[in-house]
Design a protein around this ligand. Sequence first.
Ligand code: LLP
Length: 442
Amino acid sequence: MTVIELKNNKFQKLYPINLGVNEIGHLTISGFDTAELVKKYGTPLYVIDEATFGYNADEYLNSLKKYYSNFLVLYAAKAFACKKIFRLANEIGLGLDVVSGGELYTAIKSDFNLKNIYFHGNNKSQEEIQLAVKNNVGRIVCDNFYELELLQKIAKNENKVLEILIRLTPGIECHTHEYIKTGHLDSKFGFDLEYLDEVLNLITKDSKNLLLKGFHSHIGSQIFEIEPFSDSVEILLDQFQYVKEKYKIELAELNIGGGIGISYTKEDDPIPIDEWAKVTTNTIKQKCKKLDLNLPKLICEPGRSLIAPSGITIYKVGSIKQVPNGRKFVSVDGGMADNPRPITYQAKYTAVVANKMNSKELENVTIAGRYCETGDILIKDIELPKIIHGDLITVFGTGAYNYSMSSNYNLVSRPACILVNNGKSEIIIERETYDDLILKQK
Ligand code: LLP
């Protein structure tokens, strides 16, 4: 087996780490011929490479270990939430960021170490918070005044002391290639800094049941710059110092959210995790020294950068349409319902024809989905080998925000998801059947 130019650059994790091409020109992942996987499991097929997930997690753990002693890396469940991935994350020693009762319930059913669960969300319901409190999850990240009240009430009723973080909006707005600092962020998430006294008063004066452990902020997703992370750290630590001085509380936890970008195409240029870890922890150390603060426990919550490059989606080509003097549309058996990112965010992806990896004759095509929407286009204008009905198109970087954002639009069943590792393939999510589609219908 040769490793073709699908090899990742040093920092550009566009592909799973165990990708190759076999002697008959088929794409392989973790040693498996993708065409054989398709024969066994059908299409469309989500494939997650366990080794890549572990590799990405190690990058976070090892680089943070190099520069900082007290930290916890949480896997942001929203990127891909299912029992098996939660179990893997737990085994690796990651914590979990959950944002709903459903994600929390799945974590409980995966025997996740509940102490390492952080419960986020801007509109958690009373029932969801109760589920978290009853199960003694590690932290609840309080987002707003309504929730603060709810937490106090529930904690009192349950006669428990809840360890909470407060989510702040530090006024940093990130786009993929630029960021701005504003006084106020026009965001539905978190407390504006000017409400800090009100929050602290509520926590310190009115409740014996809430214990403030620290602050949280998440400045965005798919970020390619380090500065906004450092700026956010500095702003949060300024609040640490303010709270220390005014309220005599030394906060112990600094949660800086997730957001590190990945490569979806060769043009993308993400931050090396090691550099991010070095710069961010340096900023913390310097700032704490300057403000005379103890070094807090550092918490981060990557989702995409852990799981996206681990995942590929394999589709089968059906109809092919040549518009006279126009585009050639190659339709696959999936699309916007299994990967809503192109239609939602105009996200770009990279693909290959998995059964024609050595084919040299290329043509420009547009990969269309099967759903009844003109905008259901997975990749516009891509150079691929000449495609015929039955060919297998593989899209890379689909591990994050694909399955977790999938739908049953047009009442099409969700694909199966398999995990591959070391010569083993296993179904981690079954393909939905027609009966699954009508299960809840009366
Ligand atoms: N922590 C918090 C509080 C978040 O809101 C998020 C993502 C993360 C961590 C993880 O961020 P990541 O490392 O994955 O960038 N559906 C969109 C992404 C939405 C992200 C929402 N929050 C997409 O497909 O691009």
